[in-house]
Write a new protein. Structure first.
Length: 133
């Protein structure tokens, strides 16, 4: 405890009015800069974040749908293998064809969401990088 008190005492002895003035000026300049309307708010950020949240929700929904479609295909495959009825196979093939088409469409939408998210992230990074320069 005495060591901490001694360290604080030494630090206070080294602290002078010039350092305080310099720190206060830097704080004032930073505060003034942050108050500028062109720096304090990224235009459209709230709308962009809302759209990203919507895309994230859609991607979760599509992922769940993909999982459900894959499970349905697995169950149909197991059912066909257990029954061994040839007449069921044509119906299952038609069903699988539709399910695979839906999965392909969902995958395309998921890829589109991923690409749009990457682009939005890059735009935000570029915008923030310019502001921090």
């Amino acid at each position: 405890m005495e060591h901490i008190v001694e360290h604080c005492d030494n630090s206070l002895k080294q602290f002078d009015e010039d350092i305080l003035t310099a720190v206060l000026q830097e704080i004032s300049a930073t505060n003034e800069y942050s108050s500028r309307s062109d720096c304090s708010e990224i235009k459209g950020l709230e709308h962009r974040l809302f759209k990203l949240a919507q895309m994230m929700d859609e991607s979760k929904r599509l992922t769940t749908e993909q999982h459900n479609l894959a499970e349905a295909i697995k169950m149909n495959h197991a059912k066909a293998a257990n029954e061994g009825d040839v007449s069921v196979i044509s119906v299952l093939l038609a069903s699988h064809d539709k399910q695979l088409e839906m999965m392909n469409n969902n995958n395309s939408r998921l890829c589109d969401i991923r690409n749009r998210s990457i682009l939005a992230k890059q735009e935000l990074c570029n915008n923030l990088h310019q502001r921090f320069k």
